[in-house]
Each structure stands twice: as C-alpha cells, then as structure tokens.
Design a protein around this ligand. Sequence first.
Ligand code: FES
Length: 160
Amino acid sequence: MLSEKYQERINKIFAKYPDKRSAVMPLLYVAQEEYGYITPESIDEVATLCELDPTQVSSVAGFYTMYRETPKGKYWLQVCTDFPCALRGAEEYHHQLLDHLGIKEGETTADGMFTVEHVMCLAACDRAPMLQCNFHFHENLDMEKTKKLLDQWRSEANGK
Ligand code: FES
C-alpha cells in the first residue's frame, strides 16, 4: 500500500497543496514509481488518498502522456510523430527505430529494455526527430545518434 510504504513522502506532498485533490498528479508519480505503471489498484489507492472518485483519477492518468497505463520497458521511448515533427522526418525515424529494435509500435523488446511509442507534440517541434526517454528529451536525432544512446542505456541498465 502506498499509504503505508510512502507515508512520510505522501504527507510532504499533501503539505504543498491547499486540498487533497490537488495532490493527485504527484501521487500518481509515486504510484508509477512503485508499480512501474498506473495499475487499476493504484488508481483506487490514489483516489482514496485524495478523496476523489476513481474515475476522476483515471481520467487524469489517461490524459497525460507521462503516466504509464500499461507495463513498459526499462526505457520508455516516446517519439513525437505529430505534423511539425513529421515534416522533419520523424515518421521515418520512428519506423527506423522500430525496425532497429525489431518491434512494432507500442511493443517492448524481448529483454524488457525498450518500449517505443509515438506521441503527439512534446513541444520540441523545431528539434525533430526527437524522443523522450523516461522524461528526458533527446533532440535532432538520427539513427547513428540513437544507436549510441541505446548502447549507453543498455550499459547503464547492466551496471557498466
Ligand atoms: S510536433 Fe513534435 S514536438 Fe511538437
């Protein structure tokens, strides 16, 4: 239970807001850290903590792309393929990345390392192709740069 494991952290979060419902987003981050994604049970837990209906919490989690609604790989790669980025080659880049990793859109590599998803505008339109990896931006990418990043992330994951 989040409320038991993270009691102190949750109390600190609540202390920042005028009412409990305003803490829904930071508490969803706590849930995501704990479970790896926003599980149905964590929706209920956050709803109870914030004194909200679970459907209200679910709608917040579903609206924002930074919340994971399904299990993802260790590195969650979100490629913007929205129109301005597409004009700078983002769609082709997205396909190249999927081909390189041997997966389809939305899938995770067999080793559980990488999930690739295309998303709408991430506000880096003039620096496409770009991707967000676990909330960090990487911009002006091509496959050469991306292969180096993938190697770096694999090394980090393996403690090298
Ligand atoms: S359209 Fe891709 S970041 Fe804005």
